[in-house]
Write a protein that binds this ligand. Structure first.
Ligand code: PHE
Length: 348
């Protein structure tokens, strides 16, 4: 063995090692290549282990021959390693590429229940006339639901409201049959001038059919001020009807009866289906009744703490369900609370 053939073996090792490094195409394979050439039991060490066979004066030159080769191999392995990491990332990116031209997943957007939407629309219109929204409880006393509204016990007018009473309260508590008890609460809670609407749920012991529910919604209205008259009521309701049902809507007052208003009226709008000619929807009359109203009875004003000699006012009460049915052409009141998604999703 002489220096020349030692150098030739080193060169041969270098070129095999370089070839193996550039051939390695995953990190584990590269680790194997590294340890088989540069490791503690690798080929380079083995070769250097043989320098004892060289003539003494040649031995110091071995380092100068071998070190650059080791450094080169280390550098090539490091470069190959980072290249392999890059390639792995490229492969992953290619595999996981997202197609930005695909349509997005639709978001499930909810919507207001048609009764709530109608209630809000009513509130929006009346707010333009300075009316605020006043809340009032669904469980009421007999006193507020009836007596203070000028409907004494045993009065035949009670037959107008089939009532659901709360068990175990001796008939003192009931589910309100209308939003009118809120009138008394509001009058006692504030002072004229009063302009408010009172929306909410009501209950009646009712045989359920396409136009009657035992649970339904009303919007009550109350306005009390000096010099408030039937003319004010008429003008307000006309404006409301046109805002709610369209500018060509015609209206009429008919005489009505409620114990808590005097005089009392029923308020009709021209039929939305036939325009007033007469059709099954309006029972061939050309008119649809949408609310009851009247001037607040002096007894009721006094019960609310208001002096009827100074202040007058009117009240009205409309069925939210009926108005929502008219707006959306819904034929059956039972649809509102049946909780059928196929129905509810139509109002998105
Ligand atoms: N409370 C009445 C009803 O439910 C409606 C109404 C309200 C009538 C206010 C006149 C004034 O039938």
């Amino acid at each position: 063995m002489d220096l020349e053939s030692f150098s030739a073996q080193l060169e041969e090792l270098r070129s095999r090692a370089l070839a193996a490094v550039s051939k390695a195409d995953d990190p584990a394979e590269l680790d194997d290549v590294e340890s088989s050439f540069l490791g503690r039991k690798g080929e380079l060490r083995e070769l250097l282990g043989g320098i004892g066979q060289l003539p003494g004066e040649d031995r110091p030159k071995v380092g100068a021959l071998a070190n650059p080769i080791r450094e080169q191999l280390e550098a090539e392995i490091a470069a190959r390693r980072s290249r392999l990491t890059e390639i792995a990332l490229d492969v992953r990116l290619a595999r996981e590429r997202s197609d930005v031209t695909l349509p997005g997943r639709p978001l499930a957007v909810g919507s207001l229940h048609p009764l709530i939407e109608t209630q809000r629309e009513i509130a929006r219109i009346f707010s333009q006339f300075g009316f605020v929204v006043y809340g009032s409880p669904e469980v009421e006393t007999d006193e507020l639901n009836f007596q203070l509204l000028n409907i004494p016990e045993d009065h035949p007018a009670r037959d107008l409201w089939d009532t659901i009473y709360v068990d175990g309260t001796d008939g003192r508590y009931l589910l309100r049959t209308h939003t009118s008890p809120g009138q008394i609460r509001l009058m006692r809670d504030s002072a004229p001038p009063i302009r408010a609407i009172l929306p909410g749920r009501c209950y009646r012991y009712e045989a359920v059919d396409a136009s009657h529910g035992f649970e339904f919604f009303q919007v009550e209205g109350l306005m009390i001020d000096e010099g408030t008259t039937m003319a004010t009521l008429r003008a307000l309701l006309d404006e409301f009807a046109r805002a709610m049902f369209g500018p060509t809507t015609r209206t009429r007052f008919r005489p009505g009866y409620y114990p808590f208003t005097e005089p009392s009226v029923a308020f009709d709008i021209s039929c939305l289906i036939c325009g007033g000619i007469g059709c099954p929807a309006c029972k061939r009359t050309g008119w649809l009744t949408i609310l009851g109203a009247g001037m607040v009875h002096p007894v009721v004003l006094r019960n609310g703490g208001i002096d009827p000699e100074v202040h007058q006012g009117f009240a009205f009460g409309m069925g939210t369900d009926r108005i929502a049915m008219l707006r959306h052409g819904i034929p059956d009141i039972r649809a509102f609370l049946a909780n059928d998604l196929r129905f509810l999703e139509r109002f998105q």
